[in-house]
Design a protein around this ligand. Structure first.
Ligand SMILES: [Cu+2]
Length: 256
């Protein structure tokens, strides 16, 4: 009671002291506190699942030529293939990046503090495609006995390139802006090296693996545009409706 009685006149005094020359601008100024969006009700969440099929003629695999760089070539006993198109045994595509492109309500999703690993091993990036949320750490390592120079080529975020010595210290990088389709990562020393890093403002994305399927969980019920990106074959989108506690199927097909 006493504290409150004391506070009120103090606030009034501040107001009066500001009121002199400022006019209406100062009296209308309010402190708006950011209120975190309420967590979505679990009973309203659903799942998106599907696969990314490939029905075209299978392209001939491209061998990466490391001959000019013995430090890399000697790490391999056989040919190393480009990963711009990887067709799985079941006729699906690996490394396709699937994400909700539009339809989500404005909501701040917490950024995971755990990083996503991107290694350079045998003079190739591994994995070839990863996804992170905005400001989520990308943990870049060099497992090789040779230098690399990591060079992201973003269109939205800031471009940079940094060398990483043999088995050098982990580089932990973040990207402050959403960037989808993913950012191309090159290496300025080895022109064949390629990786792609998708940066999403929300957690509803997935990268297809060796069975070409994806699952995106805990999606708020609603109608969305779902997009898939594939390095060589580009983007496709479909409209989907997520129902509470249901799984909606969202299959894509690339014809090559
Ligand atoms: Cu390199």
């Amino acid at each position: 009671m006493t504290g409150k009685m004391f506070f009120v006149p103090l606030a009034a005094a501040v107001l009066i002291s500001c009121g002199g020359g400022g006019g209406t601008e100062k009296t209308e100024k309010k402190v708006v506190e950011a209120t975190p969006a309420p967590a979505a009700d679990p009973a309203t969440l659903g799942t998106i699942q599907g696969k990314v099929a490939f029905t075209g003629e299978k392209p001939a695999p491209k061998v990466l030529s490391m001959d000019a760089t013995p430090a890399c070539a000697r790490m391999h006993s056989g040919p190393v293939y480009a990963e711009d198109v990887v067709i799985n045994a079941n006729g699906t595509l690996k490394n396709a990046f699937v994400y909700i492109k539009s339809g989500l309500a404005a909501r701040e999703y917490p950024t995971p503090t755990t990083g996503v690993k991107l290694d350079q091993k045998g003079c190739v990036y591994a994995p070839h495609v990863i996804g992170v949320m905005v400001n989520q750490p990308v943990e870049i390592s060099n497992s090789d006995d040779t230098n690399h120079n990591i060079h992201p080529m973003p269109k939205v975020n800031r471009e940079w390139n940094e060398s990483q010595p043999p088995k050098g210290d982990l580089k932990v990088k973040t990207f402050p802006k959403e960037e989808l389709p993913p950012i191309l990562f090159k290496c300025n020393i080895h022109p064949w090296m390629r990786a792609w890093v998708g940066v999403s403002s929300h957690p509803f994305f997935a990268v297809t693996g060796e069975d070409g399927t994806f699952t995106i969980k805990d999606v708020p019920a609603g109608e969305y545009t779902l997009e898939v990106w594939q390095e060589r074959y580009g983007v496709q989108e479909i409209k989907i409706k997520v129902e509470p506690k249901q799984a909606v199927t969202a299959d894509f097909t690339y014809k090559g």
